[in-house]
Design a binder for this molecule. Sequence first.
Ligand code: TNX
Length: 668
Amino acid sequence: MAEPAFRFETEWVPADEGGEPAYILKLTNRSGRGLEGFRLAVSGPGRVDPAGEVEGGSIGTRLSNHTTFLPPEGLVLQPGETWTITVRKLSWQFRHWNDGARGAYLVLSDGSTIDLKTEPTASRSSNATFKRGIETWPVPAVPPVPVSIIPWPERVVVAGQRTAPAGFAVKAANAAGKAAAEAFASLADALFPADGLSRSEAEGGVPVMLTPAEGLGAEAYRIDFTGEAISVSASAQAGFFYGLVTLGQIWRGAKLYPNAYSFPAAGRIEDSPGMGWRGMHLDVARQFYATSEIRRLLAILAWNKLNRFHWHLTDDEAWRVEIEAYPSLTEIGAWRGEGLPIPALLGTGAARTGGYYSKAAVREIVALARSYGIEVVPEIDLPGHSFAMIAALPELKDPAETGEYQSVQGFPNNCINPAREKTYEVLDRIFEELVELFPFRTIHVGADEVPLGAWSGSPEALALLTELAGEEVASQHARRLNVLTNTHGADDIEGSGAAVLQAVFLERVQKMLAARGCVTGGWEEAAHGNVIDKAMSYLCGWRSVEVSASLARQGYDMVVCPGQVYYLDMANSPDWDEPGASWAGWSDCDKLYHFDPVEGWSEAEKSRLRGIQACLWSESALDRGIADRLIFPRLSALAESAWTRPGAKSFERFKAAAALMPVLYGYP
Ligand code: TNX
């Protein structure tokens, strides 16, 4: 193959080299002609924020992590020459191999573009091979328990062993059992298509009787092994389904590792979940995941007995769900690329990329999830994180707004305006369509990371703020305009004008949803102003277990997901060769498994615990090998923390069966 005409390399010089940290970008002209009048566009998770000092060139445009660099005036990059840019004093150091430029291209004077091959950023502190793909533990010769089950059940008393059945022929006695049998067959088929786990008696399937039982919770089940006979008792579809999943897991252990695991000949398993909310959040805004990927993820969640899918559908970078009333949301908001309202962020190249879920796709996903016992909670992130939404619907902004405020991720003026009637009119129509799509009637409205300076240049918002909090607060707020904030993590806005405005907004939004019979979800900042109805809402606590405890004490229902451990985008280790982020910390599977989400909580606080969830924010998930590495096996450790009572957990037992759990891509 011919040498590419341009070579692009980036390097990170960490502080521990003794000097100042620096980010170095080099463009070499390998073509036969001089290059002039061009710009270099780069993006990746790490960003060249306004604090950065650039040598060797200057900044042309910047939007969040997408930066274009201009060469020095009059530069003609001659064949064989290299143009070097050095950036110092960034607010955030790069810490992992996926942080630097992951996509780059040249924009020529006629507007055309040339994609540049972009190798991950090398670090002077590490020459270790970049890690991607899943690392887990091998199944040991002698596991601590004879049956392979994750999450571990409440009570397992099994004895003896029999040759694992060829597969199961599930027999249902009622409608719930029938639905569970069908869902299990489709799950087994989706995850292990060639195993024949679900098969007819004609094909050697061993009958499994689904027996209706009173007195068990909806997700509880009992399995009885008596010689050749296997039965699963439950009171509802979910219980039957989970009983079958447990049987399937035992079967796979015994089949794949017959010397390590066995299929019991006698005994009983009794099981029910410790927590009611066992979830995973997936950010499909920063990276798009096709319906087929979501389908597989749902199957994996079900195999882990997780029952909530928090679908983060919108953010600054994209709007991913079809809304018939406002087609521009997806026409404009679902795509990024050179020359589009949303630039080529997060390592996507010049070409237009992206996507959205049609209503038909959403319906299919929701129905599939339900058959697997999973409720889908859509998130429409408001009033902040709305750059894409505003790009599509500029009427959500005060037309007289001036100046700039910036979000923690470097998006300018990214909050829809709480002082405009139009805002509520638009939201009402969006909610109307969402409520129809998502039968669980729980809609998460975000409320995270509104910048301290939000709406400080909007006369309409300042007038409303004057009305609500007086002139002093409003004029103080106006002074935040054009002041750079959020430079070292999201600012706490409690007590600020932004918090007052956010609170009136949320109060109204929550009422709109409640009027449609919906529970409102929010990130912990939705508690600012204490305005949302606690009986019709829940919060996701992301800062720490302590913050979640204090919100529970105030009476909020809590889903605990602290960034340091339950954010799957945090890297598995602090090392450069490990992909992910580490702004909230890092956490390997061991740490996640042993983490106590209610450490130090009183009994009263615990009564507000709905459960826990893992969150995958997708800025770092630049390729699917990284996504795999971030999700697995940590997702299963979260699942066991949610289902299994703390006293019954065992990391040794978990590790021994972890390799049997299905994964998304299995890429190296
Ligand atoms: C914070 S914590 C966010 C997201 C980012 C994530 C990256 C919270 C509710 N919001 O917007 O994607 O950090 O880890």
